[in-house]
Design a protein around this ligand. Structure first.
Ligand code: FAD
Length: 419
């Protein structure tokens, strides 16, 4: 089934896709024929990226019309899901069967394939990005052929296949690592002086399974500690305990926030900031950017951002600091190094935000920061590609799997020019 061009935008509405045709096949066979017969085609996930990473100048395909499958292989500790599945659906199905994922992003309403294609992450000193949980992917290649690539069978190329920005083919299924379901609780501390957090980065972020610090980069922060009930962390006593539930953005209704105040509950209702069953209100009224700084420069990054706090705060809804463990995925922003990720949820005013984002990047890029693939950046594409040691290997893999460039778009061409 295909629809004519309409004004298809991303979730935030800040970019409009240029594709003249958007398709929503109802079967994998229909998808394969579509790919075979198209000159250029790209997949669109749930459209939560803030740039044109998903765009296509010809065909765009959504996978949320494919029959949904969630197959748990308890013996191998994996779940295999249809690519268009959103984490919000997957986590409920997994928990019902007694399984869990190790990590989740702040918002569970994003698609599995789209999240894994951009290196989406949650937080935790021990937690890698969501893409690192992928054991195997099933791809439709340029001739419509269907094949599986896996960490076990294809160790030489698999680390290049997962965070692939949609450039290697259309992912139809993914197998993800699972573990036994666990329970968690959240405790929030407010009034945490930023100077104190900067001086104690290891203590703050090592205090729980998953930790997020929210701030406007002026003086203070609010820290969410997500503890596993079966192995509570050391805790940290900076600031003071929150007296009521919080939303990541000060003043917003907490209706969609996951439960806090130490109440124990299932992993999937504590790890994200937002409830799987309820999309946050005010959805789309924001822009986002994020920079992954090598862990050893966390303190320098705190100092740099505090130095421009009064410039940043007026155009900010909130900023968040999280940690991401290193992985081996060629295009993962955490490739080869533990990171502290500095995220910004900006007001939806690109003209006002752009110079402030440039000021942020001017300070963090010299520390070795890499921008999030799915968010805004002022950095030129060739400079971003140069941040990745395995960029040339990825370009080679693209040529091997997609010799005619069927899955390329302007975003990918900017990073990895043809020829
Ligand atoms: C409110 C909000 C909260 C967010 N929270 C976080 C967070 O906590 N942590 C974080 O790291 N990021 C976060 N993000 C960013 C988000 O996770 C990424 O932008 C992610 O890529 C979104 O997934 P998507 O399915 O919407 O992908 P899309 O934006 O639709 O696509 C992203 C890329 O994936 C590719 N793709 C999608 N499906 C397929 C497929 N089937 N086959 C091949 N390629 C495919 C597309 O071609 C494109 O290149 C957030 C975004 C929003 C709007």
């Amino acid at each position: 089934m295909s629809a004519p061009r309409s004004q298809i935008t991303n979730w935030a509405g800040n970019v409009t896709f240029g594709s003249p045709r958007v398709h929503r096949p109802g079967s994998v066979d229909e998808l394969r024929r579509l790919v075979r017969d198209s000159a250029r085609i790209r997949a669109l996930g749930s459209g939560h990226s803030f740039n044109l990473v998903a765009d296509s100048d010809q065909d765009l395909v959504r996978l949320d019309g494919l029959p949904e499958e969630t197959v748990i292989d308890a013996g191998n500790s994996t779940v295999t899901v249809t690519a268009g599945t959103r984490y919000a659906e997957l986590v409920t199905a997994l928990d019902a069967e007694g399984f869990a994922l190790a990590n989740l992003a702040s918002l569970p309403h994003i698609s599995v394939a789209g999240s894994c294609a951009t290196g989406t992450h949650g937080s935790g000193d021990g937690q890698r990005c969501l893409s690192a949980a992928v054991r195997a992917v099933q791809l439709v290649g340029p001739d419509g052929g269907l094949s599986w690539l896996s960490r076990d069978a294809d160790p030489g190329v698999f680390p290049g296949v997962v965070v692939a920005l949609g450039a290697l083919g259309i992912v139809t299924r993914l197998s993800l690592e699972v573990e036994p379901a666990f329970e968690m609780f959240q405790e929030v501390r407010v009034g945490v002086p930023l100077e104190e957090a900067a001086d104690h980065v290891d203590d703050v972020f090592g205090a729980a399974y998953s930790v997020s610090l929210f701030t406007d980069w002026r003086d203070e922060g609010v820290v969410w500690f997500k503890q596993r009930a079966d192995r509570p962390g050391a805790g940290w006593d900076g600031g003071r305990p929150a007296q009521r539930p919080m939303h990541p953005v000060p003043g917003m209704s907490t209706e969609s926030s996951t439960e806090q105040m130490g109440v124990v509950g299932p992993w999937h209702e504590r790890l994200p900031h937002f409830r799987p069953g309820l999309e946050p209100s005010g959805a789309g009224e924001e822009l986002q950017s994020e920079l992954y700084v090598p862990r050893e420069y966390a303190r320098d990054a705190f100092t740099a951002l505090r130095g421009i706090g009064r410039l940043v705060a007026p155009v900010l809804h909130t900023a968040e600091v999280r940690t991401v463990r290193a992985d081996d995925l060629w295009l993962s922003p955490a490739h080869g190094r533990d990171c502290v990720a500095f995220h910004f949820t900006w007001v939806k005013d690109l003209a006002a935000v752009t110079p402030v984002l440039a000021a942020v990047e001017e300070r963090l890029l010299p520390l070795g920061a890499r921008p999030h693939w799915g968010k805004l950046t002022t950095t030129a594409a060739p400079d971003i590609a140069a941040m990745y040691e395995r960029a040339a290997d990825f370009a080679r893999l693209m040529r091997d799997l997609d010799p005619t460039g069927k899955f390329r778009n302007a975003f990918v061409d900017g990073l990895f020019p043809l020829g």
